[in-house]
Write a protein that binds this ligand. Structure first.
Ligand code: DGT
Ligand code: MG
Ligand code: MG
Ligand code: MG
Ligand code: MG
Length: 268
């Protein structure tokens, strides 16, 4: 088979190798989930079971791909952080993003069937995800990337929670609710929720307000020892000794520095 006269067509193929020694983030996002969520009657503003499905798909990605050190998701999207020195698929971008999109779509379908058996998936509306890879040169960019996604989650959730309260509890049409919210700030939305509907936004489940985080957590990491000499070289040395890792789920604040300072290995 090798060296046939047709082999030359291979030279037309293109590769894009992602910059070495830099942080790769791959984000998957559901295709047309506005319609998908309508079609399968998702609860508004948040469907707990659908979130469980997407969360399990994300966790399964981490189980099968040890190079994923952290994942963050909300709505119909998930972002995956790969370790800086990861050599998965020799860092070939197309191989990475197509594998992430197809693996995630397959896992999503698997867990949908498992958790929502009462709503079989229709052939003309199967869940599909796209994927993109972004390379960040330093730790600050990576932290800001995840902060950006969590702020987006918060803004959308506050809007959606208020919007659907106005419609489902306040009897407004969707147009009326949209107009009511034009120009409102966060404080105004909190007040509408509290005064008109007796909802204290703070009491809403953290999974909805903050999204879901999975971390490959090193429970035996000697943080205090690291802090005596917080350099990358020292961190690398310490990481050689810690072996026990588990995949942990959180719905916590990843905007504050403390989330990152407690887990320096995420950005190694
Ligand atoms: P795309 O990503 O360009 O193919 O288009 P969409 O429609 O997926 O848009 P996107 O990703 O910006 O927004 C996600 C949509 O999914 C948004 O319309 C709200 C919907 N969605 C996601 N999670 C839930 C949920 O838990 N409940 C409800 N009711 N809708 C949800
Ligand atoms: Mg979109
Ligand atoms: Mg989408
Ligand atoms: Mg989306
Ligand atoms: Mg092959």
């Amino acid at each position: 088979m090798a060296n046939s006269r047709y082999e030359y067509v291979r030279s037309f193929e293109r590769e894009n190798i992602l910059l070495p020694q830099s942080h790769i983030v791959i984000r998957v996002d559901g295709r047309g989930f506005h319609k998908f969520s309508d079609h399968y009657d998702f609860e508004k503003p948040n469907d707990e079971k659908a979130l469980q499905v997407i969360n399990e798909a994300a966790k399964q990605m981490m189980v099968t791909m040890p190079d994923i050190i952290m994942a963050y998701g909300d709505s119909d999207e998930y972002s995956f952080l790969l370790r800086k020195d990861c050599d998965l698929f020799e860092r070939r971008e197309f191989k990475l993003i197509t594998t992430f999109a197809s693996a995630f779509s397959a896992y999503y379908q698997h867990f949908w069937t498992k958790w929502i058996p009462g709503k079989p998936l229709d052939l003309e509306r199967l869940p599909m995800f796209d994927a993109r890879a972004v390379v960040y040169p330093n730790a600050e960019n990576v932290m800001d990337y995840f902060r950006w996604r969590q702020v987006d989650c918060h803004i959308n959730n506050l809007y959606n929670t208020t919007f659907w309260s106005l419609v489902l509890k306040g009897g407004m049409t969707t147009n009326e609710a949209e107009n009511r919210l034009i120009g409102t700030l966060s404080a105004d939305k909190n007040e509408i929720l509290f005064k008109d509907f007796g909802i204290n936004y703070n009491n809403i489940h953290d999974m909805y307000k903050k999204g879901t985080i999975y971390i490959r957590e090193y429970t035996d990491f000697p943080l205090s020892k690291y802090l005596e000499d917080p350099t990358e070289a020292h961190l690398k040395r310490l990481m050689k000794r810690v072996k026990k890792s588990t995949i942990e789920q959180y719905h916590c604040d990843i905007i504050k520095d403390s989330f990152w300072t407690q887990r320096p290995y995420l950005l190694l």
